[in-house]
Design a protein around this ligand. Structure first.
Ligand code: 3PY
Ligand code: MG
Length: 260
C-alpha cells in the first residue's frame, strides 16, 4: 500500500496533475465503488462529517483493495489524530487551517519518524503490517507518507512562502471555501480575490519545489484550477454528487409528468 502512495508523491514531484475526490459518507462499499473508477486518490474527510477513526480504517482498507491512494483529512493538527490516521494505513494526511510556519513544522514532526520527526512508533498497526514489517519500516514510512496542509485563511496566505518552505510538506492545499470566508465573501469561490490567491499560491508552492492543491465543485471551476497550475486536484464530494444526481433525476421525472 505504501508503494502506491509513493507513486502519487512521485507523480506530483514530476510536475504531473493528480485527480482525487472527497469522501464524507461513512460507507466502505461506497469508497470501494469510487476507487474502482480509476481515480488517483480519495480524501476521507474526518474534519467535516461523521467519519471517526474506526470507520476511517474500513474506508482506507476498501480503497487499498482498488489500488487507490487514501488521504485522511484529520479534524485538527493534533498529534494524536495525525498519528492514528497514519497508523491505520492512510497514505497521507491532510491538515486543515494551517496558518504559520511553526504549525507546519509541528505537522511534519507528528507525521515522520526519527530523524525527521517524532511520530510515535508501534509496528503492530495496520500501517506496520501488524509487526511483520518492523525492520526498515520507519524509513519507508518517512519516504512514503504524504503530507498535505490546508492554507485557507488570510494569515496562512500571508505566511505561505515560509510555510511552503518547511521540509517534509508535499502539498499546500488552498481551500476555496474557507478562503472565501476569510476574505469576507463566504461561498463566493469564483470571486476574483479567491482565484487570484489560488494562482499566487501555486507560484509560491512551485518556487519552493512543492505542489499546490485545491477543490473544484464543478467543471468550470476545475478548468480554473487547471489554468492556475494546481496539481493536486480534488473534484466534488460524494454527498453532493449523490444529492445532485437525485435532484436531476427528480427534475427529469417532474418534467415528464408536468409536476411543478
Ligand atoms: C475548503 O474549501 O475550505 C476546503 O477545505 C476544501 O474544499
Ligand atoms: Mg476548508
Amino acid at each position: 500500500m505504501l508503494q502506491r502512495d509513493k507513486k502519487l508523491k512521485e507523480r506530483l514531484k514530476n510536475g504531473e496533475m493528480v485527480f482525487g475526490t472527497w469522501n464524507t459518507l461513512p460507507s466502505s462499499s461506497l469508497v470501494n465503488a469510487m476507487g474502482c473508477s480509476g481515480i488517483d486518490f480519495v480524501v476521507i474527510d474526518a474534519e467535516h462529517g461523521p467519519v471517526g477513526m474506526e470507520t476511517a480504517e474500513d474506508l482506507v482498507r476498501a480503497l487499498d483493495v482498488t489500488g487507490t491512494a487514501s488521504v485522511i483529512r484529520v479534524p485538527t493538527s493534533n498529534s494524536h489524530l495525525i498519528l492514528r490516521a497514519l497508523d491505520i494505513g492512510a497514505h497521507g494526511i491532510q491538515v486543515p487551517h494551517v496558518s504559520t510556519k511553526e504549525e507546519a513544522v509541528r505537522v511534519v514532526k507528528c507525521s515522520k519518524y526519527y530523524p525527521q520527526g517524532q511520530r510515535g512508533f508501534s509496528p503492530f498497526t495496520r500501517a506496520g503490517k501488524y509487526g511483520i514489517d518492523a525492520k526498515g519500516y520507519t524509513k519507508r514510512a518517512n519516504e512514503d507518507t504524504m503530507v498535505v496542509i490546508n492554507v485557507e485563511g488570510k494569515e496562512g496566505v500571508r505566511n505561505l512562502n515560509e510555510i511552503a518552505g518547511v521540509p517534509g510538506i508535499d502539498v499546500v492545499f488552498i481551500g476555496p471555501y474557507d478562503l472565501s470566508q476569510s476574505l469576507g465573501r463566504a461561498g463566493e469561490v469564483e470571486d476574483s480575490e479567491v482565484i487570484k490567491t489560488i494562482r499566487q499560491s501555486v507560484k509560491i508552492a512551485k518556487n519552493r519545489g512543492i505542489s499546490a492543491g485545491s477543490f473544484a465543485r464543478d467543471e468550470k471551476y476545475l478548468d480554473i484550477l487547471i489554468d492556475c497550475g494546481v496539481q493536486y486536484i480534488t473534484y466534488t464530494v460524494d454527498s453532493a454528487l449523490v444529492s445532485d444526481t437525485y435532484r436531476e433525476l427528480y427534475k427529469m421525472f417532474s418534467d415528464k409528468i408536468g409536476l411543478h
